[in-house]
Design a protein around this ligand. Structure first.
Ligand code: SAH
Length: 289
């Protein structure tokens, strides 16, 4: 079986199946042979583990995951890749590829049904056009996984591990901090892909806290507040939240008072404990009325 990082083979198999890469679907296939084995190893692909992958491409990472883990389940949106995958992954019987949009898929149920009796992890070279919403979803869905190991664009990687309360932070930074800790594993140059994107990439790993460490009373409300706040990150937070959450300015003033936060603050200046206090003060107010 030829290597899936052999450019001549990759071109040949795509031609034979009449497959053309699509920018809109984020097709950048890894052809650097050292990346996928390393990613699989660091990403917990090992005995006793089931791995969820998002976006298979022609299966270069899928294969390295399947060599090491008990089982791999991948969600892939592009049906045109399926006949290619039948060929490239033919030697494995521990891979299941599901046709679907990872942004809309019930990944929690999928993991529970497919990986019974195994520990689980996510490992994926993400389609870059949906990096943030996908990571938000993986975190908000509170997937029962040990680690989330993802390749993202360099800038997105910086955002993931920025300190909450810094200018580089965003809604996704807060989501990561809520759930666990993000660390950078290694850099991947743009020349490692076919076709080459115009930015470099980085492999990040989010390690989940074993239990909930923040005393957030209403998780859904917390995430909603954070998203609304960061949608107008340079404006005064109290005004943004009053408008976005349908709460009167007077009530919002009380909420900020209760949380002991200045109403003029911008969301990007708040630390995690402050965001938690604020969201709990909002829940209290809503429950009162
Ligand atoms: N892991 C492969 C491919 C990465 S390219 C490699 O490293 O070579 C991104 C892949 O994500 C493509 O296969 C693309 O078709 C798929 N994809 C794009 N949007 C998706 C979505 N919403 N849900 C699932 N897969 C998606």
């Amino acid at each position: 079986m030829p290597e899936l990082t052999d450019m001549n083979y990759v071109r040949e198999v795509m031609n034979r199946h009449g497959f053309q890469t699509s920018k809109a679907l984020g097709h950048n296939f890894l052809i650097n042979p050292s990346v996928c084995p390393k990613m699989a190893e660091l990403g917990n692909a090992k005995t006793g583990f089931g791995i969820l992958e998002i976006g298979t491409g022609i299966g270069v990472l899928t294969k390295e995951l399947a060599k090491r883990a008990d089982k791999v389940v991948a969600v892939e949106l592009d049906e045109k890749l399926f006949p290619i995958l039948d060929e490239t992954l033919a030697e494995f019987d521990n891979i299941k590829i599901i046709h679907g949009d990872a942004l809309k898929y019930d990944l929690h149920t999928l993991i529970q049904e497919e990986f019974q009796g195994m520990e689980t992890a996510v490992c994926a070279n993400l389609p870059y056009y949906i990096t943030s919403p996908l990571i938000m979803k993986l975190l908000e869905d509170r997937l029962p996984v040990k680690t989330i190991t993802v390749m993202v664009q360099k800038e997105a990687g910086q955002r993931l591990c920025a300190p909450v309360g810094s200018r580089e932070s965003g809604a996704v930074t807060v989501a990561v901090a809520y759930y666990g800790k993000a660390v950078k594993l290694f850099d991947v140059s743009r020349g490692s892909f076919l076709p080459a994107p115009n930015v470099d990439s980085v492999v990040m790993q989010i390690e989940r806290y074993p239990e909930n460490i923040w005393n957030v009373q209403d998780e859904a409300l917390f995430f909603r507040m954070v998203k609304i706040g960061f949608s107008q990150r340079r404006k005064q937070l109290s005004g943004v939240l009053a408008g976005g959450m349908g709460i009167s300015k007077a009530d919002m003033k009380e909420i900020f008072n209760q949380a002991e936060i200045a109403p003029s603050v911008r969301i990007e200046a708040l630390t995690m404990p402050e965001l938690v206090r604020l969201s709990n003060a909002v829940s209290n107010k809503i429950n009162q009325t």
